[in-house]
Design a protein around this ligand. Structure first.
Ligand SMILES: Nc1ncnc2c1ncn2[C@@H]1O[C@H](COP(=O)(O)OP(=O)(O)O)[C@@H](O)[C@H]1O
Ligand SMILES: [Mg+2]
Length: 272
């Protein structure tokens, strides 16, 4: 049994429509965003999901989170099928960080307070003092200075905001962290430092990482295994070494050929 098992999952949009929509002739063809996708993820692994824009990467992960209903197939977490209705513990266990961290941060709250509030709502740290201590640990964990706790989101840089978003996800003590193009909006140097943070989190906490990106270089740096998606389908699942050295699918070869030659991430001086 793998930690997360995705079995023949299909997700369609625009399937359910009202009689009114039909009668007004507004009904459009339904879109199959994910088609018969299967993927197993082991505890502690870092798996990349790659593919061009529109290939179904985000939708597949939204289905894992219960945010996109399955047309068919099954998703199991620790052997138990995940339904739309799920316990708070199960929801906490899988967390996602997005390309734009601004969308998950409350603009009118200091970022430290937001996370304290989250801990309180989820009853994850006993007293106010313990919550403050936990927030301090989380900021340290994502390599933000303690002073950043008092900042409002607008006062932080893109890289700092993404670190806060990661801290917020980690506050819920997930077993799986999904990063959806989480470094794509950052400039290359900041991107390298956030990638380093993901690598560090894995090494230190053993968290399972699913890293969605259209950029194969990032997968090479961070993941052992990768899944290539195209038009909603998983076209190749392979170790990263094999994927780059002897890709099985023509489409994967094309994706690799399209990668610009950048210096290795370790050669980039990191700072934020
Ligand atoms: N909420 C939605 N309603 C209708 N179509 C959608 C919706 N979300 C995604 N799609 C479509 O599903 C396909 C896959 O999209 P997405 O999962 O966002 O791809 P990716 O993350 O790989 O860029 C695309 O054709 C997209 O237009
Ligand atoms: Mg996407």
């Amino acid at each position: 049994m793998s930690l997360l098992e995705i079995d023949d999952v299909t997700v369609k949009f625009g399937e359910r429509r009202s009689a009114w929509i039909e009668r007004l002739g507004l009904a459009r063809e339904s879109v199959t965003a994910v088609a018969d996708a299967s993927l197993n993820i082991e505890a502690g692994e870092a798996v990349g999901i790659v593919g061009e824009s529109g290939s179904g990467k985000t939708t597949l992960m939204r289905a894992v989170l219960g945010l996109a209903p399955l047309h068919s197939g099954e998703i199991r977490f620790r052997g138990t099928p995940l339904t739309q209705q799920r316990s708070i513990e199960t929801r906490r266990a899988i967390q996602m960080v997005f390309q734009d961290p601004g969308t998950t941060l409350n603009p009118s709250r200091r970022v430290g307070e937001s996370i304290e509030e989250l801990l309180k709502v989820h009853r994850l740290a006993g007293s106010a003092t313990e919550r403050k201590k936990r927030v301090a640990e989380l900021f340290d964990r994502v390599r933000l200075p303690a002073t950043a706790q008092r900042a409002y989101p607008r006062e932080l840089s893109g890289g700092q905001k993404q670190r806060v978003a990661i801290a917020r996800s980690l506050a819920l003590e997930p077993s799986i962290l999904i990063a959806d193009e989480a470094t794509s909006a950052l400039d290359v140097i900041v991107q390298a430092s956030v990638l380093d943070l993901f690598a560090e989190l894995r090494a230190d906490t053993g968290i399972t990482l699913i890293f969605i990106t259209h950029d194969l270089t990032l997968v090479r740096y961070l993941c052992e295994r990768a899944v290539v998606m195209r038009s909603g389908r998983v076209v190749e699942t392979n170790t990263v070494a094999e994927l780059f050295d002897s890709p099985r699918e023509r489409y994967t070869q094309e994706l690799i050929a399209a990668v610009p030659q950048l210096p290795a991430t370790s050669e980039v001086h990191t700072s934020w």
